[in-house]
Design a protein around this ligand. Structure first.
Ligand SMILES: [Zn+2]
Length: 151
């Protein structure tokens, strides 16, 4: 099915890749993602969404990273996880330097669109410290435990 407005020529985008343009100020109108998905994402003011990364079989929570629309597009289409690095201001495909690849098994979006769950097969350590997970590396904060009444 082709709507009439689809036949109207659209302006040619500027030549060459411009990852920063894709990253900053992404809106549903200028996103590399399908329209419905771009519309569901609730980005922070930097254009980013939190991505919780989980080992698909053991359910270990491995790490949290940040994605913009382009990082999510790559993650959905390439079988490997790509993040946006806030500190380095560049795309970062997990494992390219460390060898600790994350192979995508499933990607879900949460109810209000401000977080993603990336289920992966993690090779080696997820954390740059060498720990299996970033939360093992960070450590237990010693929270007071609660219990439901009657137990
Ligand atoms: Zn870490």
């Amino acid at each position: 099915m082709t709507a009439p407005h689809d036949t109207v020529p659209t302006p040619t985008p500027p030549p060459g890749p411009c990852p920063d343009a894709a990253r900053t100020g992404a809106t549903p109108d200028r996103s590399p993602l399908p329209t419905w998905l771009a519309a569901r994402l609730k980005r922070d003011r930097d254009g980013l969404v939190a991505a919780v990364v989980q080992q698909h079989d053991t359910r270990e929570v491995l790490m949290v990273g940040w994605m913009d629309d382009e990082a999510l597009r790559r993650t959905l289409s390439q079988g490997r996880v790509t993040f946006w690095s806030r500190s380095r201001k560049e795309y970062w495909r997990k494992g390219d330097t460390s060898g600790h690849h994350q192979y995508v098994k499933a990607v879900s979006i949460d109810c209000d669109g401000d977080a993603l769950l990336i289920e992966v097969d993690q090779v080696g350590a997820a954390c740059h410290t060498g720990a299996r997970t970033c939360f093992l590396a960070g450590g237990d904060l010693g929270a007071v435990q609660g219990s439901r009444p009657g137990t």
